[in-house]
Design a protein around this ligand. Sequence first.
Ligand SMILES: Nc1nc2c(ncn2[C@@H]2O[C@H](COP(=O)(O)OP(=O)(O)OP(=O)(O)O)[C@@H](O)[C@H]2O)c(=O)[nH]1
Ligand SMILES: [Zn+2]
Length: 218
Amino acid sequence: MTTSTAAATATTAAVRTQVRIPLRFSDGYQVAAEVVTFDGLADGAEHVALILGDPAATATPLVRLHSECLTGDVFGSARCDCGPQLREATERIAATGGVLLYLRQEGRGIGLYNKLDAYALQDQGLDTYEANLALGLPEDARDYTAAAQMLTALGITELNLLTNNPDKARQLDDLGISVTRTVPTGVHTTPSNLRYLHAKVQHTHHTIALAPVPSLAG
Ligand SMILES: Nc1nc2c(ncn2[C@@H]2O[C@H](COP(=O)(O)OP(=O)(O)OP(=O)(O)O)[C@@H](O)[C@H]2O)c(=O)[nH]1
Ligand SMILES: [Zn+2]
């Protein structure tokens, strides 16, 4: 189970800087983003928002809360599906207008070194959640208070959320952000991330339809 430590009301944050950055992905896809920084975020981390298209074009813009994953987002790791999800979200949000929050929550909030320690334990047989617990850390340490502050500062209090993770919608609702609809993200399987994706479905009830894996039965 994930634990929610989100406060019912978040303090106010303000937009600090907004700057246009043209994005060019390795597959040729290009789009311009308005990258926004903030003052006053609850956890003091350097989270950024990417405004894609025109979020004001609809009453319920498409929003994704993307948790930082250096190995997946930058290095192209096949142990998870973060890189392809980031690429997918960017294009889908740009198509309708919305915001991608790039949240500095590496390793579900436990940090990069701890995530790599957890990977080492997974290589000895633990699943992704058991490995965090074996390190004396929460299964999922993510709190979306800063995300709610960022959305409020951008004038977004009602949205469609691009995710398969029910905890994200639950926490945003608790923080006063109305999630009108949850839009499923794609599932980007590789031989290296199938066990990880199955653990997410079984343990934290991510809404992902996966083919059964015989070696994981039982
Ligand atoms: N601790 C830990 N973190 C991981 C592991 N694999 C990926 N992560 C982190 O998990 C975060 C991404 O979370 P996911 O569980 O893949 O997806 P989600 O954000 O909960 O849900 P979606 O919105 O449906 O994608 C990133 O911060 C990754 O660095 C792992 O094995 N252990
Ligand atoms: Zn990842």
